[in-house]
Structure formats: C-alpha cells, structure tokens
Design a protein around this ligand. Structure first.
Ligand code: NAD
Length: 421
C-alpha cells in the first residue's frame, strides 16, 4: 500500500454482491450516505431536460469500477460507464499485472487547446498573414477579455499561429489561437474567444472570416502513459514475443489498427462518459492523432526492456475537464470524480491514458494467447440466459451450464431453464 495506507488492489471483487462493492468504494473514496444512494438512482428528469432538447427520459448503462490501479504511486478506483461485457474485468486484471513493476507512469503537457479561425477571399495572403502576426499582442488581449475567470486561474490565450492553406476555392488563412484552458475541456471557452476575434481579423485583413471553432485534434494537449508488464507473470518470453507479433500488425495495417485503437477507446470512453466528458471529442482527437504520419496506425507502442519484460506506452490528445460541461451538472459524473479523488484535469487525463493502456494490453494479451471469446463468454452467456427468461439465481445456473458445455445459444438456454424450473 503506497497511498496513505489505502489500496485499490482487491481480489475477488467481482464475486461480491453489489452492496459490498458499494461499501468498498464508499470507504475507499470517503463517500457519504447520500452519495452512496446515487449509484442506484436515475438522472432527475428536470436535469435531463436542461441538458439536451426534446427530452423523453433517460437511458441507463451500467457503471462499474475498475480496481487495482496504481498510477504515479497513487491508488485509484476507476469508474467506468459501459455497456460491453469483459471491459471492466480486463482493465482490472491488466492493472493488477502492471502493479508488479510499479504500475503506470504518466506525463502530460499543459492543457493547450487550438481554436481555428478561417479567413477567405484575400488579395494577398502573405501580406494578410503578416498583418495578423504583427497584431498578435492585441489579438491575444481581446481573446483574454472574453474569459477573465480562465485568465485568473493562469489560463487564457497564450499564442497565435498563422497557417496558409491551398484549397479548391483558392488560398485561405487558418489562424490558430492557442488557449490554456486549465481544468476545463475548453470547447466553449475557445469558441467564445474565436467568435469574438472574427471582426478584428476581418478588419485587419480586409477579408471574410468563415469558421470559428476549436479543433478536436488537440495535439498540443498530449498525455502519455507507460507501464512494464512482468514477463514471468504473463507467461514468459514466448508470450511476450506472441504479444509483439500481434501488436506489430496494428503498426502497419489500418484494418487492424482501427480495432486495436477501438480496444484502447473501450476503456477511455467508459471513463470519459462516467466523468461527464465529451467522448466524441476524445474519439475524434484520438483517431486524427493516430493518422498524424499520413497513415492510420496504432496509438500505442510496445517493446521489450533489457530483461525481456513487455513495455507498453500510449500517447494521445486528451481534452478532458473537471470543470464545466455536463460533468458539472450530472450528479453521477460529480460522484465519479469524487471516487477518483482528482484535483486537476491533468490528473484525470493521466488516469484516462493509463486506463486506455491497461485496456489495450489486456485485449492484445488475450488475442495473442487464449483469444478474447473466452473472457467474453461467461458474461455473454448471462445475457443469453436473461434473453431466455432466466431470473435471479437462474441466470448464473443457466449461464454456467452453457459455458461448461461450450454451447452458448438461446435454444440451449431455454432448454436448461425448463430443466431447472
Ligand atoms: P464550460 O464553458 O462549461 O466551462 C469552462 C469555463 O469554466 C471556463 O471558460 C472558465 O470561465 C470557467 N472556469 C472556472 N474555473 C476554472 C478552472 N479551474 N479551469 C478552467 N476553467 C475554469 O466548458 P468548456 O470546457 O469550455 O466546454 C466544454 C463543453 O463544450 C462540453 O460540454 C463539450 O461537449 C462542448 N462542446 C464541444 C465541442 C467540440 O468538441 N467540438 C464544440 C462545442 C461545444
């Protein structure tokens, strides 16, 4: 135990009844009774009605907890909102293996987002670009007047870049406003600044501003996670070699890379959703970043260390916030942030990357050895049992019988159900 005596390491967590699991999380994260009750509650209709338009109700997906995470020497329980079976178990298992060699180590850039302002119909593009750069100080000042709170916390517009692009409509300028968004995701903050700058840029260049919006390719806001997976624990050097052979395909083939990266996003999206962050923004950024060389490829990197252990690294843009957006409104998102015990958006980004790496390791490890269906089957069998009409204890009985027989089919579930009733 490294973090004030508390540990996220727990075995057989999945065997506990839900109430005992809640009790464990309550004690770990210091939740009060009211917060604990939130786990089994639904989003209030009034809150839902204020979040989006034309609300009819709410849509529930399971919220699980990944255990065993040790990140930069700190213990974490990681909430995951996801509908797919095996993902939470796989992350917890990978984190358990990573602990042997010290857990996950991360690093993160400043939270710099890019806002784009597109300028068209200039007589002299190079001259217009010069005029914009000459007024950089005034432009940044005007941007910062839009968000005094952000500036007060040490953020705000920090830099300006001017790009000249060729297009079928002729040359255009895309001005990049670089904004430090501190603990916010930053989309609203950046968009407001970009819109406020449009008239000034039109005046400076004597031309027309069209788009004014942030870029989801947040490649100035990068997080990296690294872990060493113990050679002996995963089955020896031959398993490490098998892992690297499997991984290798993702580095050269976009068809495999898409699935490989989807496995990373299994973990990432689940935490992004649980904390009320924008998973479309994170997905868009991740896949665009995976294509930065001109070919879509793996977001992760694997190699052997000098002792033959498997080293995994994951690097991607991470536009997450702990302030603003839905995470400020949704009671369960607030609860999930409390469970994590995070103090900054940077810390959340580092947990997200560690989870993505754990998920990726687990998937490639399973694929290189037993295949992923084995892990999926027992939960899949439970779903089939429910489809067949099993209730309460019957679900486990029908599911385990089907797994034992290696025959997970609806017809068989119905037969077993009849037999046991
Ligand atoms: P926001 O505007 O709700 O909150 C951010 C604001 O909080 C800052 O501008 C600042 O004024 C204030 N603040 C207070 N304390 C702060 C601190 N410590 N650090 C930083 N800011 C602090 O949220 P946002 O993060 O600007 O925008 C996120 C929302 O925008 C998400 O809901 C997202 O879905 C949405 N969105 C996304 C896109 C996109 O990704 N393309 C486009 C439009 C909107």
């Amino acid at each position: 135990m490294t973090d004030k005596g508390k540990s996220s390491q727990v075995s057989g967590f999945y065997k506990l009844p839900i109430g005992k699991r809640v009790e464990f999380v309550k004690n770990f994260s210091g939740l009060n009774e009211e917060e604990t009750k939130l786990f089994s509650s639904c989003l209030d209709m009034d809150i839902a009605d204020r979040m989006i338009e034309n609300v009819l109700g709410t849509f529930e997906i399971p919220l699980g907890i990944a255990v065993n995470f040790l990140i930069n020497g700190k213990e974490y329980l990681i909430p995951m909102a996801i509908e797919e079976s095996s993902v939470v178990a796989a992350a917890s298992n990978a984190a358990k293996i990573a602990r042997i060699k010290g857990g996950f180590k991360t690093e993160c850039t400043d939270p710099l987002m890019i806002g784009q302002i597109q300028i068209l119909h200039m007589k002299d593009v190079a001259e217009a670009a010069q005029k914009i750069l000459a007024k950089k100080k005034e432009i940044l000042q005007l941007a910062n007047e839009q968000d005094k709170i952000l500036v007060k916390f040490g953020g705000g517009a920090k830099d300006l870049e001017v790009r000249i692009l060729d297009s079928p409509l002729g040359k255009m300028i895309v001005t990049h406003l670089i904004v430090d968004v501190r603990d916010a995701m930053g989309a609203n903050a950046v968009n407001t600044m970009c819109e406020a700058l449009a008239p000034l840029l039109e005046e400076l260049t004597g031309s027309k501003v069209r788009l004014k919006i942030l870029s989801n390719l947040a490649d100035k806001r990068i997080v990296k996670a690294k872990a060493v997976f113990d050679k002996e624990r995963i089955g020896g050097e031959s398993v490490v070699d098998a892992f690297l052979e499997s991984y290798n395909l993702a580095t050269i083939d976009p068809y495999r890379a898409a699935t490989h990266n989807k496995g990373i996003m299994n973990g990432i999206d689940a935490l992004i959703i649980a904390t009320g962050n924008d998973f479309r923004a994170i997905e868009a950024g991740a896949h665009a970043y995976a294509s930065r060389s001109g070919q879509y490829t793996s977001l992760s990197l694997y190699y052997k260390d000098k002792n033959g252990n498997l080293v995994g690294e994951l690097e991607l843009p991470m536009a997450v916030g702990i302030i603003g957006g839905a995470g400020n409104i949704h009671p369960k998102a607030k609860l999930c942030k409390k469970i994590l015990g995070i103090k900054t958006a940077k810390e959340l980004a580092e947990i997200v990357a560690s989870l993505g790496l754990a998920q990726n390791f687990a998937a490639v490890f399973a694929l290189s050895t037993v295949g992923i269906q084995k892990g999926h089957m027992s939960l899949h069998a439970k779903n089939i049992a429910v489809m067949a009409g099993a209730k309460g204890d019957e679900i486990d009985k029908v599911a385990s019988q089907m797994v034992k027989e290696g025959k997970i089919k609806l017809e068989r579930a119905e037969e077993i159900l009849k037999e046991i009733r």
